[in-house]
Design a protein around this ligand. Structure first.
Ligand SMILES: *[C@@H]1O[C@H](CO)[C@@H](O)[C@H](O)[C@H]1NC(C)=O
Ligand SMILES: *[C@@H]1O[C@H](CO)[C@@H](O)[C@H](O)[C@H]1NC(C)=O
Ligand SMILES: *[C@@H]1O[C@H](CO)[C@@H](O)[C@H](O)[C@H]1NC(C)=O
Length: 160
């Protein structure tokens, strides 16, 4: 019983010491005419700096134009920040913490084919279980942490 408890504690400590994952998310969006995208961000977010938006669309039927807030409000692509109309997919990295605006310039914007994406900074990782774990965690791999947990367990077992 005590051994099981020690094992669980050691395993929990090892996993708590792992750094928070910082993997970027990829959001696929079916970008098509006669669709209202005003609820899409709330339904699919939150979005963090470093995430990717992947637009799937039909060339000749839609394009992906990044504009500013004024361009978004007026469905006006004149002052485009970026402009993509080739191929079938467009991967866009949300590489800054800000509000991004996208429209389709083919006239469908007025029907709702426009998108506002607000990106946030990744929340800071939760504090490590102990100062000792903190110094060990960043460089340590999962395997070496498990090895350390096993060593702790072995030491505890010798004590009982
Ligand atoms: C996008 O770029 C193409 C070629 O670079 C240009 O012909 C087109 O007018 C641009 N569209 C918009 C909406 O800026
Ligand atoms: C984000 O990407 C855009 C387009 O590639 C680039 O112009 C801009 O400098 C980038 N921003 C940062 C902070 O890297
Ligand atoms: C899109 O939907 C939003 C809310 O769901 C609504 O306020 C807006 O008028 C709609 N836009 C169009 C062009 O129908």
């Amino acid at each position: 019983m005590r051994a099981v408890c020690a094992l669980l504690l050691a395993a929990a400590a090892a996993f708590a010491a792992l750094p928070a994952t910082t993997t970027a998310n990829k959001f696929s969006i079916n970008w098509k005419p006669n669709t209202n995208y005003s609820d899409w961000p709330a339904q699919n977010g939150p979005f963090y700096k470093g995430d990717w938006l992947v637009f799937y669309y039909t060339a000749g039927q839609a394009d992906v134009i990044q504009v500013d807030a004024a361009g978004y409000n007026k469905c006006d692509a004149t002052n485009a920040i970026s402009n993509y109309s080739k191929g079938r997919t467009y991967a866009f990295e949300l590489n800054e913490t800000k509000t991004y605006y996208f429209i389709c310039s083919y006239g469908y914007c007025f029907g709702g084919m426009r998108l506002v994406i607000k990106t946030e900074n990744l929340p800071p990782p939760s504090p490590p279980a102990s100062a000792k774990a903190k110094s060990a965690a960043p460089a340590a791999s999962r395997a070496s942490l498990l090895y350390a947990a096993a060593a702790v367990l072995a030491a505890l077992l010798r004590m009982v």
